[in-house]
Design a protein around this ligand. Sequence first.
Ligand code: NAI
Length: 401
Amino acid sequence: MTFRVLLLESIHELARINLAAAGIEVELMDGALTESELAARLKGVHAVGIRSKTQMTAAVIEAADDLMAIGAFCIGTNQIDLDMATERGVAVFNAPFSNTRSVAELVLSEIVMLSRGLADRSREMHVGQWRKSAKGAREVRGKTLGIIGYGHIGHQIGIIAESFGMRVVFHDIVSKLPIGNNTQLTSLEAVLRESDFVTLHVPATDQTHEMIGANEIAQMKPGAALLNLSRGTVVVIPALAEALKAGHLSGAAIDVFPVEPKKNISDDFVSELRGLDNVVMTPHIGGSTMEAQENIGREVSTALANYFHAGGTTGSVNFPEVELPKVASAHRITNVHQNVPGVLSELNRIVSEAEGNVTAQVLATQGKLGYLLMDFDQAVADDVADKMNALDTTLVARAVR
Ligand code: NAI
């Protein structure tokens, strides 16, 4: 069987090259499609690649009888009805960490910008003002960087900051293995108190909603600077603006805002931070680089090809992540099933009736879904998959080639 993939929204060329190299037929489109256009185009399509504009609604997924997988060539998956995808046994893949390095590099460069007042100096030069002075300008070497949220981005920043000669402390709700001489402190307050720069790298959760407000800013060192390139809801912007105007903080670098314009190009950005000194503002571009786009193209297309040809689910957001090394002589099936009592005995009954000798298997469950990969040493995969597909509890079973 030849798998067919439809790639929408000008996904990076690398994705097409990767999929074609894996023997997959690829159709490309520049823009997004409306719900009805999409439903029509997905007939005979086994996977669709989208970015943020294509809405994979419940109706679209339900109508797409041949769809096995959705590749979100981006970070978020809000545009996909994940419940319906899971219910229909459609695996969804994304690339959440493909832009880690891009964010980390921007943070480090902004720490230097803030230390040297670069945003202001550059703005002055553009209106003809030459202001040569060392006043307030400092090296970052020897200063303390506090990282809140020591995940993929946080710890990458920790590594680079140390090679800059900075001392790095961090806070995370989870106990983390520190890289190099980075040090985990016992509380958020301790990091706020000790740091010359505080940079936020937490996800948007109830716990992180407005986690940096007037109280937390007051705990920061006088003259310190705050960076937020995580999510706009994490910082109370009016409180930050007050602290900057009062001179308690020396500067800020903000990439994400509680309310962001809906369109990529727009002239209606509003913020209390506009016009304040030593504030670097960027339009949510922390992870927006050509390299990140390329990484996304590579990671998601690799995940789709792996899912088609080996049944592996690494990088899936709605399936349990499962891998089983491919053995050339083995006959493999995958089975997506409802995670309900008794389901395994039904599946095993079919295998034993087919007299299949199982050479390897791996099973994992996630919420309502179970996912099974099974290898046989006889050519029984088609027969077993057909019989499994007749079970009410099996969402989809297939022989993998
Ligand atoms: P990650 O999931 O690898 O790390 C997040 C870390 O925050 C984890 O170690 C977690 O334990 C910690 N954490 C969670 N709640 C916390 C709390 N209440 N207090 C302290 N630590 C807490 O995520 P990653 O990839 O490092 O991304 C971090 C943030 O950056 C996310 O919000 C992500 O959406 C955002 N991001 C922004 C981009 C931009 O363009 N500006 C691009 C990429 C990511």
